[in-house]
Design a protein around this ligand. Structure first.
Ligand SMILES: [Zn+2]
Length: 569
């Protein structure tokens, strides 16, 4: 492709609307343009990247025997009612009514449609296992779309669904996808981590997320270097070392703490550290009002709490509820004498002589021990953090940041039971199919690559997904020999299968260099007037500071060498 012919509307200034690096650089380098909140047009450069990602995904999916289909993005309400998600999915599901008063939605995911397809077409165990996938546009009506294509409302996703005769088969399908995902992200050139994840709204029995490591990532990964344990923050468990504690009972004292309602306030008022306080947090749930006890310097992991108590609904109690169950305004809740069910974090078992709320305005109680109140049990309920003990070994947990680019779920019978997706086994008996589902955020991958690779001059893209592999750049466009040599080199590279662009623009050298860096083309071949006269050209790799001078006759071989060396596979 000739640079002069390509539609690359770059921007010199940082766009104001962009909050994160990838968004800023994608706008500046002419990869995307915004149409409406969370809705973007992909321009030629960006689309080329997306298509390279898609190609890698297709190749690895096909290798595992998964077959590509294309399902509609408009879906009928009836299927979502069957799966019981029409009401549950919330406002992210964009619903509308057609001219015949039929209710429809724009698919944020395709479990319902694919399950409907397979239940109608697959009759016998002989037709299973079956894994189907598609690469398609999804729509999720995010309340606050932001970060460009990272958290867009409309985005492209690869979603795959597996159907098996039993658990064992389903596990194999799951592991096949696990394996394929590893290869995909490796080939994309990512540093990534696979972490245990919560199954969330899609539901099911277990799941893993594939996280691209980036300091700017939205997600927090908790991992242990000693044993390799890794989980996202929602899911991360915390190890527990019990130790013998001498405890007293009933030797607590009421103290006045006028107007001190926050942990920090109470702690400094009483002259103790925040970890000597025990917080009592009151929640409204679908199973009634509950209280959760946690050390003053820690936070409750609501996902763990929901999973522990099998809750559909969990929300911090309002002031009225708190007053009704504790008899005091918020900020003075404590476990002593409370009649609602109390669930304690395991830290509470190790605490001695601590401070709790007095269930009375302006009153706290000091010198409290765990036998001074009744709890339903001690559980791992806190949000993990740096320095916590590993749940699997004696190691220590540390936290890093990442961007989720892939997510795999073992669904089990969730959808096949709800939608009656059955087959006949070898004895002619009807059985439910065992399912899995597997997603990759295709457009998000491009953003993640930029978050992982960039500097002050622009993107540093992995070769495999960069819009171009090589930029052939004659420094002086009015120097005939440079232009001719450049064009010749460019054409030969194309013939050899290298994805090259020739910067034939009549622009100042500075502009060309800046654009090449901004777009993040991994290999730049610079043709300078003086160098060329001496029989040399220069090759510079985007991620290296210095360039290498080499004989012009060897240019082709050396560029191809660079391409091969920089290609993962
Ligand atoms: Zn460990």
């Amino acid at each position: 492709m000739l640079f002069s012919k390509m539609f690359i509307p770059t921007m010199k200034e940082d766009p104001k609307e962009a909050e994160v690096i990838s968004h800023r650089l994608m706008l500046r380098a002419g990869f995307i343009r915004r149409l409406a909140p969370g809705i973007y047009t992909w321009l030629p450069l960006g689309l080329k990247s997306v298509q390279k990602v898609e190609r890698i995904i297709r190749e690895e999916m096909n290798k595992k025997g998964a077959q590509e289909i294309l399902m509609p993005f408009v879906q009928p309400k009836e299927l979502w009612v069957e799966s019981r998600r029409w009401d549950k999915y919330g406002k992210e599901l964009l619903r509308f009514t057609d001219r015949n008063k039929r209710e429809l939605c724009i698919g944020p995911t395709h479990e319902e449609v694919v399950t409907d397809l397979v239940r109608k077409e697959v009759r016998s165990y002989k037709d299973l296992p079956l894994t189907l996938y598609q690469i398609q546009t999804k729509f999720r009506d995010e309340i606050r779309p932001r970060f460009g294509v990272m958290r867009a409302r409309e985005f492209s996703m690869k979603d795959a669904y597996s159907f098996d005769v039993d658990e064992k088969g389903a596990e194999k399908s799951y592991m096949d996808m696990y394996d394929a995902y590893g290869k995909i992200f490796d080939r994309c050139g990512f540093k990534f981590m696979v972490v245990e994840a919560d199954t969330g709204q899609i539901g099911g029995s277990f799941s893993h997320e594939f996280m691209v490591l980036a300091d700017t990532g939205e997600d927090i990964i908790i991992s242990c270097e000693s044993c390799g344990y890794a989980a996202n923050l929602e899911r991360a468990e915390v190890g527990f070392a019990s130790k013998p504690v001498q405890r007293k009972k009933g030797e607590f004292n009421k103290v006045e703490t006028p107007g001190q309602t926050k942990v920090g306030e109470v702690a400094s008022f009483l002259g103790v550290s925040p970890d000597k306080l025990l917080k009592t947090i009151i929640y409204n749930t679908d199973k009634g009002v509950i209280g959760v006890l946690i050390k003053g310097d820690r936070e409750i992991n609501e996902t763990k709490l929901k999973n522990l108590l099998c809750l559909d609904y969990l929300e911090l109690a309002d002031e009225g509820t708190i007053e009704r169950v504790t008899g005091s305004p918020p900020g003075f809740s404590g476990p002593i004498g409370l009649s609602i069910p109390l669930y304690a974090d395991r830290d509470v078992e190790l605490m001695e002589d601590f401070v709790v709320g007095g269930n009375e305005k302006d009153i706290h109680i000091t010198g409290v021990n765990k036998d001074d109140f009744n709890v339903s049990g001690f559980y791992d309920l806190k949000i993990a953090r740096n320095g916590d003990k590993c749940p699997n070994c004696s190691g220590t947990l540390s936290s890093t940041r990442g961007i989720e680019v892939g997510h795999i779920f073992k669904l089990g019978l969730k959808y096949s039971e709800a939608m009656h997706a059955v087959f006949l086994d070898s004895d002619g008996k009807e059985r439910f199919m065992v399912m899995g589902c597997y997603g990759i955020g295709v457009t998000r991958i491009v953003a993640a690559a930029i978050e992982q690779g960039h500097d002050e001059n622009g993107m540093i893209l992995p070769l495999a997904i960069s819009p171009f592999e090589v930029d052939v750049l004659p420094v002086n466009s009015s120097h005939r020999e440079s232009m001719e040599f450049g064009e010749q080199l460019y054409k030969e590279l194309l013939e050899k299968g290298v994805d090259a662009i020739f910067d034939d623009r009549d622009e100042r050298p500075g502009v060309k260099f800046k654009d090449c860096d901004l777009i993040g083309i991994p290999i730049r071949v610079t043709i300078g007037e003086k160098n060329l006269k001496e029989g040399y050209i220069e090759i510079k790799l985007r991620h290296e500071k210095t360039s290498q001078r080499m004989k012009k006759g060897e240019a082709i071989e050396r560029v191809i060498e660079c391409v091969k060396r920089t290609t993962h596979q």
